[in-house]
Structures are given as structure tokens and as C-alpha cells.
Design a protein around this ligand. Structure first.
Ligand code: G3H
Ligand code: 13P
Ligand code: ZN
Length: 309
């Protein structure tokens, strides 16, 4: 048990057409709910920390909480930096003991993205840490209606191949129509699977990563709205599309919004039903349970990663 990189996890996932869940963590209850689910499902696990999470919880707390989760469960866990914006934050996380970092140069021109990624790869690999990069910009298909607009936004397969070859990056996040948050599609959900297949065909040994992969589960949205929330029209990536993506090279599926919704729905319900209570354990406990249930469902029914540890 301990901190592990994603190398073996991805090799097995790529080979067997399933995906590893990468869940964003911000506090103890979120971590506990996720690791309990991974333990229950005997599944590989990536916990990821964003710059916002580091700012909110402080790096030392998050690191020690994940260490505690390993001690408590005996799991192997990959600890990953999500959307590192520059070399500095990647270096800090490598030095702190993260086993994986993302350098997100997707908003920069192609050549600059290559340069930034190479710099992080050199530093991280030297310390046994793996690196994820991103090429293309996350956006819904309706925002890129024609082929040239899509090429300007989504990952261009030939560029992906050149990028991986020039940077030596370990995994690549691709843009095929997903986006972050709870409002992913204006109309029918659509992803560019032809593009994903082309990318996978050109770089079959490179694990691909799907950001913005929350399903925005209707039961949690409905519960939020029933108990005083106001999140109309929220829509995510249907579970069937995540299953399909994992058959075409997607080994890592990033989930944050579904955790937020599960947690918020339970807390809202508890607050409305128990207006006289003020013990945080009374509402954070059910919130943690909701996260466990949701993550276990995802691992077993969507990612197909149960018993793949
Ligand atoms: O990619 C975005 C993740 O959901 C992290 O969000 O930056 O608000 O922590 P955050
Ligand atoms: P969601 O907003 O769909 O959960 O995506 C999270 C993500 O991509 C984190 O990097
Ligand atoms: Zn992301």
C-alpha cells in the first residue's frame, strides 16, 4: 500500500478497455467517501488536487489526509495535481510527494505548450513522477459547429501525435466536446467520437484523459432543486458515452462536479428536514455516504473498474 504512479494503472486499463476514476478532493469527508468506495469496489484510484483545493484546504492538510486514507484503507493511491498552470506549481507538488502532475498548457500556442510540458516532464521523470498534459480546448460541440471551428478548438489528431512524441508526456487530456461544470450541453449531449478514435489510432500506447466527465446525475440535481437549490438545466456526459470513451483509449476519467452535487444535495436535504440541528457531523456524515454511493456506482457501472486493483 502507498502512493503509486498511474503507470501500471493505465497500462492495465488501456489493455482491458476500462477507465480509472480521478476524483477531485477538497476536504476530509470527500476523501473518505471516495476511498471507501474504491476499497469496497477493489478499484484503482486517483485522487486529484486543483490549485483551488490547495488554496482552500492548504497543501499540507490535503497531503496528510490522503496519507491517512492510505493508512486507514491499505489502498494504493495515485496523488495527482489537476490543471497545474505552470512549472512552479508542478515542481512544488513533485517535491511534496505527488506521484503525478498535470501541466495544463492548453491555453497557450502549440509550441509553447510543448515547451512547458517538456520542462515539467524532465523535472518530474527525474523524480519518478508521471505527467499529464492537455491539447485542445474544452468546449461543447454546439460551440464549434463546423469542421474548421472544431479543429481550432478540439484536439487535432496529428498534433496529438507530434505533441506526445516531442514532449515524452505520459498521458494526454483531449478535447472532444466535454467541458467542466454542470452545464455541459445546450441541446442533446454529443461528443466527437470519430476524433477520439483517430487520436487513439495514431497514439495507441498513450493513455488518454477525459476532463469534464461528470454525468451531472439527475437525482442529485433534482434533490438540490427540491430542497431550495437553483440549478436549472444542468446537464452532463451520459454514462453510456463514458463507457464508450473507455473503449477508445480513455484511461482516466475526471470527476468533480458529481461529487459537489452529491454532497450539496444531501446537505440541503438535511438542513431543510432538521432546521433545529447544528452539529456538522449530522449533515457531513450523510454527505460522505452519498459520495461513497455515487463513486461506487461510477466505478462499477460506468468505468467498469471494479476488482481491477
Ligand atoms: O477542473 C476543474 C475542477 O473541477 C477543479 O475545480 O478549480 O474549482 O477546484 P476548482
Ligand atoms: P467535471 O466538472 O465534469 O466534474 O470535470 C472535472 C475535471 O475535469 C477536473 O479536472
Ligand atoms: Zn479538468
Amino acid at each position: 500500500m502507498g502512493f503509486v504512479t498511474t503507470k501500471d494503472m493505465f497500462a492495465k486499463a488501456l489493455n482491458e478497455d476500462y477507465a480509472v476514476g480521478a476524483f477531485n478532493v477538497n476536504n476530509m469527508e470527500i476523501i473518505q467517501g471516495i476511498v471507501e468506495a474504491a476499497q469496497q469496489e477493489n478499484a484503482p484510484l486517483i485522487l486529484q488536487v486543483s490549485a483551488g483545493a490547495r488554496k482552500y484546504a492548504k497543501p499540507a492538510y490535503l497531503l496528510k489526509l490522503v496519507e491517512a486514507a492510505i493508512l486507514d484503507t491499505g489502498l494504493d493511491i495515485a496523488l495527482h495535481l489537476d490543471h497545474g498552470e505552470d512549472f512552479d506549481i508542478c515542481k512544488k507538488c513533485v517535491d511534496d510527494g505527488f506521484t503525478s502532475v498535470m501541466i495544463d498548457g492548453s491555453k497557450h500556442p502549440f509550441e509553447e505548450n510543448i515547451r512547458m510540458t517538456k520542462e515539467v516532464v524532465e523535472y518530474a521523470h527525474d523524480k519518478g513522477v508521471v505527467v499529464e498534459a492537455e491539447l485542445g480546448k474544452l468546449a461543447g460541440i454546439e460551440d464549434a459547429v463546423n469542421v474548421s471551428a472544431r479543429d481550432a478548438t478540439f484536439t487535432v489528431p496529428e498534433e496529438a501525435a507530434e505533441f506526445v512524441e516531442k514532449t515524452g508526456v505520459d498521458s494526454l487530456a483531449v478535447a472532444i466536446g466535454t467541458s467542466h461544470g454542470a452545464y455541459k450541453f445546450k441541446g442533446e449531449p454529443r461528443l466527437d467520437f470519430d476524433r477520439l478514435k483517430e487520436i487513439h489510432a495514431l497514439i495507441p500506447d498513450t493513455p488518454l484523459v477525459l476532463h469534464g466527465a461528470s454525468t451531472v446525475l439527475p437525482e442529485f440535481v433534482a434533490k438540490c432543486n427540491q430542497y431550495g437549490g437553483d440549478i436549472p438545466g444542468a446537464q452532463g456526459v451520459p454514462e453510456e458515452m463514458i463507457r464508450e470513451a473507455s473503449k477508445h483509449g480513455v484511461c482516466k476519467v475526471n470527476i468533480d462536479t458529481d461529487l459537489r452535487l452529491a454532497m450539496t444535495a444531501e446537505i440541503r436535504k438535511y438542513m431543510v428536514e432538521h432546521p433545529a440541528d447544528f452539529d456538522p457531523r449530522k449533515y457531513l456524515g450523510p454527505a460522505r455516504d452519498a459520495i461513497r454511493g455515487m463513486v461506487a456506482h461510477k466505478i462499477s457501472n460506468v468505468l467498469n473498474a471494479s476488482n481491477k486493483r
